[in-house]
Design a protein around this ligand. Structure first.
Ligand code: ADP
Length: 554
């Protein structure tokens, strides 16, 4: 027997309808991308009105169900309008990551067959260089007003404000099946070409409902949220949907993501919650410490994308009274998978014990199923010790990549292999030990590079640290610690090793420490291990000669 409930399609523009009806006056604040732009203020009511006009303008342009419209843009109110305007006409918003190499952007835009690119002024020079290689793009909409339109060699350029103004005020959102494609975001593709993850309206709505659970991102109408995480990275961790769904105000940081600019917005706009990758928070904490500043309104910070070191959680919580939610996810998961909110019984534990738990990547929010498997595909125990391949299943998790790239990605039970290696403890907290391809295999055992990196960045002279496996004649691989020092700080190899001594198992101790001016980061702020392995491919560990000699003698 079927239930007798209404068939109300889960469409993302209904989120904006809700925000405009019940929280129409909530502010959306933007740091303008235009150099003289200052701060712009608008509301959900206005965004709702303009997004519908935009959708109507797209309709007049000839944009149809399933067409891809790309955005190459910072977090601004116009970018938010663009997402809703595109999705509201049944087209697919496709976020292009400007931090990728131009050739990658060309590859992705052609693969997606984007018909239109909406861009900020910042990226006009980039588009001028690549326009001749873009095969499907018919028009470029510049996200600004007439007064700021640039001199450009770009062809078929449209001014955003004029495009919106030409739209109709009486446009009604399109209605269609909730499984219709809504958004497209390519994974960075550290190996091989980037692959497209294609969200549906249904998956975006379900994911935002899940992310809004109070033990997950817990967004509410009293919040003022600063998404530092770009909309071009992994669906902005759902905040462009979760915030309007809950009626939270938004502060959009535009192009300036440095410590002082973020601090200024946090304080001036009375932000209560923010989210970004650890490198952003390193910069903010440096700014706070260097200038003896406090955070007066911020209550929570979500940190994910790479492992959040315990020293960062400790600083936020002890020095600034800000609660840290360490989260894990990936583009293929829409993207939030786990959040490290403590269970009720854990809240009374001593600080160090809570810190240990919060340093893990957290518990799956409802809608995410997960387990860990050994190499043979057998499930491993949830004891916090056994580690294996992390696989996941749920309604906002990719079932395959756009156009079938990468082939079949689900196992016989419908689980997706995340490519991460992790433990799960008896309380359900998952801890990433590595990406499968970064694991260091020493004498048949695995060493977690993330654990060592987390400790190393706790040293006051260290700006960033990476651990990679380097060939060793006896052990196969041994860990090499690579350190980027903070400007004006000094630390020696011996001091670094002494700092780690006693904090990790003896056989995990790096065999050597190398210093480097800049640890290379990916377009999404992760350490580029492939590049580091390349730089250090001929590195000879001091222990290698001794081992080879000993091996020869025995
Ligand atoms: P990209 O690969 O394009 O940078 P993703 O954001 O999808 O984009 O990357 C997802 C990967 O990032 C995960 O598979 C995991 O390896 C890593 N990651 C995300 N969050 C964390 C975290 N909190 N701790 C450790 N690794 C993380």
């Amino acid at each position: 027997m079927r239930g007798l409930m209404q068939d109300w399609p889960l469409l993302v523009h209904k989120i904006l309808d809700h925000a405009a009806t019940y929280f129409g006056d909530r502010q959306i604040v933007t740091r303008a991308v235009e150099p003289d732009g200052g701060i712009r203020r608008t509301t959900y009511a206005d965004i709702h009105r303009r997004a519908r006009k935009l959708a109507s303008a797209f309709q007049s342009f000839g944009v149809r169900l399933g067409d891809r419209v790309a955005t190459l843009a910072w977090n601004t109110e116009r970018h938010l309008e663009a997402w809703y305007g595109i999705a509201g006409v049944g087209a697919v918003y496709h976020t292009l990551n400007p931090r990728l190499f131009p050739e990658q952007i060309v590859y992705i835009a052609n693969h997606a067959e984007d018909r239109i690119i909406m861009t900020d002024l910042t990226f006009v020079p980039l588009l001028e260089k690549i326009q001749d290689h873009l095969k499907s793009v018919e028009a470029i909409i510049i996200l600004t007003d007439r007064a700021h339109m640039p001199q450009t060699s770009l062809r078929n350029v449209i001014c955003y404000e004029e495009f919106v103004a030409a739209g109709s005020d009486s446009f009604e959102w399109a209605s269609f099946d909730e499984n219709t494609a809504c958004g497209l975001c390519y994974t960075s593709g550290t190996t091989g070409n980037p692959k497209g993850v294609l969200y549906s309206h249904r998956s975006n709505v379900l994911h935002s409902l899940a992310a809004n659970q109070s033990d997950a991102l817990g967004v509410s109408n009293g919040d003022v949220i600063l998404p530092v995480v770009p909309m071009f990275h992994a669906n902005a961790w759902s905040l462009a949907f979760s915030a309007p769904m809950a009626g939270a105000a938004l502060v959009m940081p535009g192009a300036r993501l440095d410590g002082p600019s973020i601090y200024e917005l946090l304080e001036n706009e009375r932000v209560t919650m923010t989210a970004a990758v650890p490198t952003v928070w390193l910069a903010l904490l440096n700014h706070l410490e260097g200038n003896n500043l406090k955070l007066s309104t911020l209550k929570r910070v979500a940190i994910g994308g790479s492992a959040c070191p315990p020293s960062m959680i400790e600083k936020f919580e002890k020095n600034y009274g800000v609660d840290v939610s360490h989260a894990w996810g990936m583009t293929e998961l829409s993207p939030v998978g786990t959040v490290g909110t403590l269970k009720a019984e854990q809240k009374a534990l001593p600080f160090d014990e809570r810190l240990r738990i919060k340093s893990k990547q957290g518990r799956p929010m409802f809608t995410v199923e997960m387990k860990i498997l050994d190499d043979a595909g057998k499930e491993l125990p949830r004891d916090g010790k056994a580690f294996g391949h992390l696989v996941v299943r749920g309604p906002a998790i990719a079932s395959g990549y756009f156009k079938g790239d990468g082939g079949q990605v689900l196992d016989g039970e419908g689980f997706f292999d995340t490519g991460d290696v992790s433990t799960i403890d008896a309380q359900g907290f998952m801890q990433i030990t590595d990406r499968a391809k970064d694991v260091i295999k020493s004498g048949g055992e695995w060493i977690s590079s993330i654990d060592i990196e987390n400790l190393a960045v706790g040293h006051p002279a260290v700006a960033n640290a990476a651990v990679i496996g380097v060939h060793h004649p006896k052990w196969d691989e041994r860990p090499l610690l690579i350190v980027q020092k903070k400007p004006g700080h000094e630390v020696s190899r011996e001091e670094m090793l002494a700092f780690l001594d006693g904090k990790i198992a003896k056989w995990w101790m790096p065999d050597d420490v190398a210093f480097i001016d800049n640890i290379p980061l990916t377009a999404t702020g992760k350490i580029q291990k492939v590049e580091l392995r390349n730089i250090f491919k001929d590195y000879r560990l001091p222990t290698a000669g001794a081992a080879a000699a000993a091996g020869g003698a025995s």
